[in-house]
Design a protein around this ligand. Structure first.
Ligand code: 5GP
Ligand code: ZN
Length: 112
């Protein structure tokens, strides 16, 4: 499958790993938008949140539990932002579901 994040999970494309378990893989974003910018992805290829099904509910929760754990490890006690971009209007550019964990600076609202 020609999916960049599946290749990162498989190790055929290098990444700066932040966390791994049987369901998830987390790594540093190659183009960080904040001092801490990690991507947490399911090892299963789910193209987007819109294409997740009922059987994916547990892994969707687990991705967020991993984000919380990584936020603690990266000392983001002042807060952080988790983001899932979905589809063209959502600004999704890689078609493998991922949670962005952004922190280390003040975030703004509304997002662009
Ligand atoms: P999206 O725009 O789909 O929500 O987020 C995709 C993210 O993947 C972007 O923040 C982009 O910088 C990151 N990205 C794209 N290609 C690579 C890559 O090869 N390695 C890493 N580490 N991040 C990537
Ligand atoms: Zn994939």
């Amino acid at each position: 499958m020609d999916c960049i994040f599946c290749k990162i999970i498989a190790g055929t494309i290098p990444s700066a790993k932040a966390y791994e378990d049987d369901q998830t893989y987390a790594f540093a974003d190659i183009d960080p938008k904040a001092p801490v910018h990690l991507l947490i992805v399911p090892k299963k290829h789910i193209p987007s949140l819109a294409e997740a099904d009922a059987g994916d509910t547990a892994v969707l929760g687990h991705l967020h539990a991993v984000a919380r754990k990584l936020a603690t490890e990266h000392n983001l006690s002042a807060g952080y932002r988790t983001v899932i971009n979905t589809g063209p209007d959502g600004g999704q550019t890689v078609s493998h579901l991922h949670v962005h964990l952004l922190g280390g600076r003040q975030m703004h609202w509304p997002p662009g």
